[in-house]
Design a protein around this ligand. Structure first.
Ligand SMILES: [Zn+2]
Ligand SMILES: [Zn+2]
Length: 263
């Protein structure tokens, strides 16, 4: 019964920008509604050949619109039931009033409304080690204000920490260990800028993971002794990230040592 014709040749160029944006913002909700309908009432989900058809197809699937129409006549506003504009205005007024009263929950709702979801990822690293080294090696630690002896970068958030140093030790716990608890819930991944090496901290233990940067012969240059140009290994980065996301460090490394809070 789906009579809408969506041809690929006719583009959505004629769409006013605001409407297209509205459609993009609504899409996640329409998807959830379509999935619910599919699971509750059976029937097959509509086939979607091109991404820009998705919204229209789902709106028809949900029977928010039942009349067939030309692509040019279509707009997201067509999917709104009668009285929707008044309901939206009323909702916005109530939300505005609650926000004016400073209700925390409102702020949380507004902040969560248009969140773009993305899988957790480690820090984006430059291809050339040179660039990373130049960027970090003279940088000061925000905790103690000095340039760290073994500058190490948290690959979860980019914070520079003083590895193994006394300057940033608090309650007998060194900075990287403490940062691993605060930033990664006990798991920390640090790139030691002066050696190119990755140190993984897991609770009370730590291990050397290896380097993400290799030379032209795919070899590591630990401690930068040979001084050859080093480039980011995409394979290793993906491996590290996969192990982190799947909490697999315990099973992939055998060389754990007790760090005694000294890292
Ligand atoms: Zn961090
Ligand atoms: Zn520090």
């Amino acid at each position: 019964t789906n009579t809408v014709v969506v041809s690929d040749a006719r583009d959505a160029v004629s769409y006013p920008c605001g409407r297209r944006q509205l459609q993009e913002l609504l899409l996640p909700f329409v998807r959830v509604a379509a999935l619910l309908r599919h699971h509750l009432f059976g029937g097959s989900l509509p086939e979607i050949q091109a991404p820009r058809q998705e919204f229209v197809r789902l709106v028809y699937y949900l029977e928010l619109v039942t009349d067939g129409m030309e692509w040019s006549a279509w707009s997201a506003a067509r999917a709104l039931p009668a009285g929707a504009a008044a309901a939206a205005r009323c909702w916005a007024r109530e939300l505005g009033a609650a926000a004016a009263r400073g209700q925390l929950v409102v702020r949380r709702i507004l902040r969560g409304l248009h969140a773009d979801w993305a899988a957790p990822a480690l820090l984006a690293l430059p291809r050339d080690y040179d660039r990373l080294f130049t960027y970090y090696h003279e940088r000061v630690c925000l905790q103690c204000g000095a340039v760290p002896k073994e500058a190490s970068v948290c690959l979860l958030c980019g914070t520079l920490v003083c590895l193994k140093q006394n300057c940033c030790r608090q309650h007998q716990v060194a900075e990287a260990v403490r940062h691993a608890m605060e930033c990664g819930g006990g798991t920390g991944i640090f790139l030691v800028v002066t050696s190119t090496y990755i140190i993984v901290i897991r609770g009370r233990r730590a291990c050397l993971w290896g380097s993400l940067y290799l030379d032209d012969y795919d070899e590591e240059d630990r401690d930068l002794k040979r001084g050859k140009p080093l480039y980011l290994s995409q394979d290793r980065l993906e491996l590290l990230q996969a192990q982190w996301l799947a909490h697999r460090f315990d099973h992939t490394k055998r060389t754990w040592v007790w760090h005694r809070d000294s890292l």
